[in-house]
Design a protein around this ligand. Sequence first.
Ligand SMILES: Cc1cc2nc3c(=O)[nH]c(=O)nc-3n(C[C@H](O)[C@H](O)[C@H](O)COP(=O)(O)O)c2cc1C
Length: 209
Amino acid sequence: MKIIGYLGSPKPNGLTGKLLKNALEGAKSKGAEVKKIDLIKTHIEHCRGCTNCYHKKPELPIGKCSIKDEMASLLEEYIQADGYIFASPVYDVNITSLMKKFIERKIALTYRHKDDHAKLPEARSPADFKKKASLLVTGNCGDDLIEVMGEPCFEAMSSHFMIEQVWMVDKIYVGGVESFTEEIFNQRMELLYNAGVQLAEEILSELED
Ligand SMILES: Cc1cc2nc3c(=O)[nH]c(=O)nc-3n(C[C@H](O)[C@H](O)[C@H](O)COP(=O)(O)O)c2cc1C
């Protein structure tokens, strides 16, 4: 069982990074092989909108993109994994541009015939909801503002899941980060550890079926 955590914060050791790391520790305690990918340290170019990656060669598991960056290898790793944790701070009421850039480029995992206008693309390798994901969003605004701050981020990070057929396990909003006491910080760390445990358990039960 392999679970990858994608960090959309530009600060690898910031709060979002710490919470993500603890969620991965929780998954590891259940036997998962885990990896944290700090998107800030990767070379991902902006999508140029040529559409070649999703209009051509449906037989490929990953559509070919002409941009020479790390995205092809990141997608290879993505399709090998059994589970994912996407983590982003709220920046201006949505995910960071760093995370958005990565999500947009995942379009290469889909295919749509160029004459099928106005249709949704299909997954090149549908996961049949056997792969699972959890989402983490952090923000200065309090937990009561989850709908305003958290939901747009959850929507953005899970936008491809229905197409890829990835099952969403959990959506966690950790608000009020500027006024964290040590006690609240420790509680939230535990919450994320348990979310990692739960994600791994759900993947395990699927693998054992
Ligand atoms: C450019 C920018 C925009 C932000 N916009 C919001 C926002 O719209 N809502 C919010 O609750 N917090 C906002 N914040 C606060 C961040 O979400 C908060 O600092 C973050 O959760 C800390 O995580 P980190 O330590 O991983 O960077 C913003 C921070 C920055 C730098």
